[in-house]
Design a protein around this ligand. Structure first.
Ligand code: CAA
Length: 385
């Protein structure tokens, strides 16, 4: 069943059916083990690549599936409902790596870097955050010193999803810190370069199948041809990329929330108390009704943002609204899902404790809920009637 969008065309329905079937049969059965073992889902990522889901919006010319952002949102939701760790690996590669290469890269860069990434033959990461620059990436300290034939990269990055496995990193560093964000550049960095180090792996609350790494660059040489866009354009590249990334994370949150709702309905129909399934109790019915309503409201905001992106309109505010609503809905829904399950929900015998742990990160990465509110409020005040 497609979750209530009458305008949805046949090709999207078909895509979603295929992704849902794959997620149900191949991903979902492995999700609990992936979480427990903190195992990167190598075989799932490979299959996602073969299905065209690692470069969904990239033109076919550059190895992608040439689909729109609405299809991407739907597929991200389906994959994340099965396994949120697989979802974020897919989201980073699509939104944060393929997108800036496709949008700001030249043909040579697209051929060399974008094509294998979009085909799923290589994996990417997005290295913006630093130990002292999370919500405020304009304050980053990584430097790119100009040298003969290119740049030398020095500094640290923090909380980089896919940082351990990535073949290619989009790294943001400053050529001149005295001019603030106008000195920031985006670079395409081969993670096998000399001096490129994974310095720490985080031990996290959730999304345990994906790596979250600290990186250290010890004078990594970057050839001039690996500058993405123009010198000084890096901050804009980062923020415009994050606009699209927020649609991806909103969709991941929807998937987690949908999985928690599904598990809650199943449990409520099976669990008997006071001589009947607890689904007969109004308290439980109201939980389910509120969960479904919040989820659908967030889904429509997410698809709206994706539609604006597809239409070539400015969509920063809509993407921020979608991520804010979906992340907070996911946290609320997964909390209630545990409540519906009672004591069982607090154990690892049921999936809702994993959904609860996985949901939390969606309120934090690719801009916290507070940053989304800031983006929304800025644009509200900029548009007075
Ligand atoms: N697209 C393009 N350009 C944009 C933009 C956008 N969405 N938003 C702002 N800009 C431009 C502005 O026009 C301005 O340009 P000029 O100076 O040339 O006029 C410039 O960027 C600076 O704008 P602001 O003064 O508004 O920027 P700011 O420093 O105040 O920051 C912010 C605004 C919204 C707080 C922003 O810094 C932000 O989004 N912070 C959160 C960062 C974030 O999401 N980090 C997540 C890290 S990635 C991650 O989580 C990865 C992972 O592995 C999953």
């Amino acid at each position: 069943m497609l979750h209530g969008w009458p305008e949805t065309d046949e090709s999207k329905k078909l895509l979603l059916e295929q992704v849902r079937a794959f997620a149900k049969s191949e991903i979902a059965p492995k999700a609990a083990d992936i979480d427990r073992e903190h195992r990167f889902p190598t075989e799932i990522v490979k299959q996602l690549g073969e299905m065209g889901l690692m470069g969904m919006m990239v033109p076919e010319q550059w190895g992608g599936a040439e689909m729109d952002a609405v299809s991407y949102a739907m597929a991200m939701e389906a994959v994340s409902a099965a396994c949120a760790s697989s979802g974020v690996v897919m989201s980073v590669n699509n939104s944060l790596v393929c997108y800036p290469l496709q949008t700001y890269g030249n043909d040579e860069q697209k051929k060399k870097f974008l094509t294998p990434l979009a085909r799923g033959e290589k994996l990417g990461c997005f290295a913006l955050s630093e130990p002292g620059a999370g919500s405020d990436p304009g304050g980053l300290k990584c430097t790119a010193e100009k040298v003969s034939g290119g740049y030398k990269l020095h500094g640290s990055k923090n909380f980089i999803t896919n940082g351990r496995e990535a073949d290619i990193a989009i790294v943001f560093a400053s050529v001149d810190r005295s001019i603030g964000h106008k000195g920031i550049c985006a670079f395409i960095v081969d993670t096998k370069s000399q001096g490129f180090q994974v310095s720490k792996l985080e031990d996290k609350l959730g999304i345990n199948g994906s790596s979250t790494a600290a990186l250290f660059f010890d004078n990594v040489f970057i050839p001039q041809e690996n500058l993405l866009g123009k010198e000084g354009q890096g901050f804009r590249i980062a923020l415009s990329t994050l606009d699209g990334g927020r649609i991806g994370i909103a969709s991941q949150a929807l998937g987690i929330a949908q999985a928690a709702l599904n598990a809650s309905k199943k449990f409520a129909l099976e669990r008997e108390q006071f001589g009947a399934p607890i689904a007969k109790l109004q308290a439980i019915q109201w939980f389910i009704a509120d969960m479904a309503t919040r989820l659908q409201a967030a889904r429509l905001l997410t698809w709206h943002a994706a539609k604006m992106k597809d239409a070539g309109l400015k969509y920063s505010k809509e993407a921020a609204m979608a991520k804010l609503a979906a992340a907070e809905a996911a946290m609320w829904i997964t909390t209630k899902a545990i409540q519906v399950h009672g004591g069982y929900g607090y154990t690892k015998d049921y999936p809702v404790e994993r959904h609860f742990r996985d949901a939390k990160i969606t309120e934090i990465y690719e801009g916290t809920s507070e940053i989304q509110r800031l983006v929304i409020a800025d644009q509200e005040f900029a548009n007075l009637d």
